[in-house]
Design a binder for this molecule. Structure first.
Ligand code: VAH
Length: 317
């Protein structure tokens, strides 16, 4: 990669990926884009307003900046997509098709994330294989499976260098997620720091795969720089760093905030989504084909998250 266009650059992944890749490739080698400028306009760097459902604008911006890579992140997440499935289809699939067409027309490398949401009730829940049944029961999951198949199609049919990972729940302190089923695992840190307690919308015993954002950002960089000759798979690799349930992350928070308490007010919509997802993934293909190796586990992530969230909470007082 030399010149990169990121869509959805104001989002949970995009806002941090912009900084991460600019630190590697240089400020002027990474163009951010989203449907509006970022809040901190002054230090936004190269940034364009792009609605990914506008194919002409999307193509024009990629051509004008002479990028060699598109990292397409603009999408609605699982819970929001379930509330508004038609809007999710239009944005998640219409935007993806436009992104793939731009990559084909301009001969660009291409990345877009899939998700553990691409699996369903009939998928083996434990040690979920790289190649297995994918019959999701959510619009988000349908979008992700269709997206994986489209990305493989554009590679096989048109030779586009498409690569993707199935992200687990991503946890970060920079930009809060929006509309995700795994968002509880971010909220718990903020609520623990603010008021010493948290009410979880996911049942205490529900396991889901998770990863700290620094590991997710480096996974994108590593995969995109991997030798294509070593890739047996492309769209999309299972990646995860840990698997826990709300009771597990709560116990880890209590090690830092002994009086912390958690209770439960389960949201049936997001609980149903979580119940359809795996407990933990087999990530051996990503390890073997491009050296995936996350650095953070639940203990080290919790220590780092609470340090930064406490700083943000104190500064915002
Ligand atoms: C969501 N955070 O909850 C996203 C992600 C695996 C979860 O896809 O929708």
């Amino acid at each position: 990669m030399n010149k990169i266009l990121i869509t959805g650059a104001n989002g949970q992944i995009g806002s941090e990926l912009l900084t991460h890749l600019r630190g590697i490739y240089g400020e002027d080698h990474v163009v951010g884009s989203d449907i509006r400028l970022p809040k901190n306009k002054d230090d936004a760097g190269l940034f364009e307003i792009v609605d990914v459902t506008d194919a002409h604008r999307f193509h024009a911006v990629a051509k004008e900046h002479q990028v060699d890579t598109v990292i397409h992140l603009a999408a609605l997440l699982s819970a929001t997509a379930e509330e508004n499935p038609m809007k999710a289809w239009d944005l998640n699939m219409g935007g993806l098709m436009n992104a793939l067409e731009v990559a084909r027309e301009l001969d660009l490398k291409f990345f877009t994330p899939s998700s553990i949401g691409a699996f369903g009730h009939s998928t083996p829940k434990k040690n979920t294989p790289q190649d297995t049944l994918q019959r999701p029961s959510t619009m988000y999951g349908v979008n992700k499976v269709a997206g994986e198949l489209l990305c493989d199609y554009y590679h096989q049919k048109f030779g586009v260098d498409t690569r993707s990972v199935r992200f687990p729940g991503l946890i970060s302190y920079v930009t809060p997620p929006g509309g995700g089923t795994t968002d509880y695992a971010v909220e718990i840190y903020y609520e623990a720091a603010r008021k010493g307690s948290y009410t979880s919308f996911i049942d205490e015993h529900t396991y889901m795969d998770m990863m700290y954002m620094p590991d997710a950002l480096e996974a994108i960089h590593q995969l995109m720089e991997a030798n294509p000759d070593h890739l047996v798979h492309r769209n999309a690799f299972n990646v995860s760093a840990m698997s826990f349930a709300p009771k597990g992350i709560a116990a880890e928070v209590k090690k830092h905030i002994p009086d912390f308490t958690i209770d439960y007010d389960v949201d049936p919509v997001r609980q149903a989504i979580a119940d359809s997802w795996p407990d933990n993934l087999d990530t051996s293909a990503a390890q073997e084909e491009w050296g995936f190796a996350p650095s953070y586990d639940l203990a080290s992530m919790t220590k780092d998250m609470l340090t930064h969230v406490r700083e943000k909470t104190t500064n915002s007082l």
